[in-house]
Design a protein around this ligand. Sequence first.
Ligand code: PMP
Length: 423
Amino acid sequence: MEFMKMDAKALQKYKDELMRQYEDFQSQKLKYDMSRGKPCPEQLDLCADMLNLKEYKTADGIDCRNYGGIDGIPEAKQLFSNLLEADPDEIIIGGNSALNMIYDTIAGAMSFGVSAGEIPWGKLPKVKFLCPSPGYDRHFAICELFGIEMIIVDMNSDGPDMDAVERLVAEDEEVKGMICVPKYSNPSGITFSDEVVDRLARMKTKAKDFRIFWDNAYCVHDLNEQGDKLKNLFKACKETGNEDRVYVYTSTSKITFPGAGVAMMASSKANLIQIKKRISIQTIGPDKLNQLRHVKFLKSMENIKEHMKKHAMIIGPKFTAVLDILDTQLKGKEIAWWNKPNGGYFISLDTLDGCAKKVVAMSAEAGVVMTGAGATFPYGKDPRDRNIRIAPTFPSLEELTKAIKVICICIQIVSIDKLLENK
Ligand code: PMP
């Protein structure tokens, strides 16, 4: 029944029962960490054979044990151009982390500008980024570190509020960038629609050096057969004459090993020239042995898709379990709303306004640690204090089931307190 329709006495009685359940969980001394979207050990085992690969020469005889190959070995560029949906000569294969590449691109823009002749952003009085929110906390942390002012743009069910985006980029020259996760977004799980992609490609920006940081971290991370399709922004930008507008990133962190995967980016030739100049000073070359291992293990795009089905078989049931428990415990009570993603690593849940922080704190007191409330917004401040990021992949199914039950109990208790305040 809708909580709002219950009178104070009924709510109090319901709360007393929930408190008993909560105390029971507390006495179990649970210790679950659901704060980050990490693969579970069974997922990591899927790639165990990759570590046995001993080859070190590329098809054209490059010795991967030695220095060089600043932008990646040819077969890695060939294979991963499929993930980035760009030509092999439009991509750079980097080190182990896409986040690191994003950081480096932003650091480069701050120090040297995004292209020859543009003023380095760090020399400008102010630089602003559009941040579709809720979003990825580590993106926001990078912006904050560089003193980039973050402007929240609402996330709709088909991507960022494009009316707001178009207005902001058209009227304000200080808006130099937008950072986002366009497919199975972290945390809301939504995929930008074709219309959103087209509008991003063709919109008029006041800043000539405006850039979109397109973090396609979950490009092949479907949870079911149907999967979402994301339109290719880089291609759309080329078609509208804005080919320098976008940097596309992804990595194999959640295909093979987080922290020991291969990261990559795609962009226009002009942008890559600028970036490669910087990289060639930063390093004598990336870990080509890891690139070769990945190519030998992953083989082809078809094989990557098959491999991702094995991941889905492990984590799919975890997402289903979370969604089933949310349905049974919370549906119809009008105190929480969540998404059912077709892929990615997260379920995003909204509580009543002003409840998320309390729910996360109360869950932690019962041993269930989640991403801090607010973390999914710039500066760690959720203006409505209502978004909670659930990361179902790492815990076992048994742990997850208990953890979500705890969260559901906490959501109900905190909501009742909130409603009683207003009765
Ligand atoms: N981008 C997004 C949207 C992510 O969710 C994550 C991992 N949580 C990353 C980047 C990190 O990628 P990498 O390991 O390649 O740095």
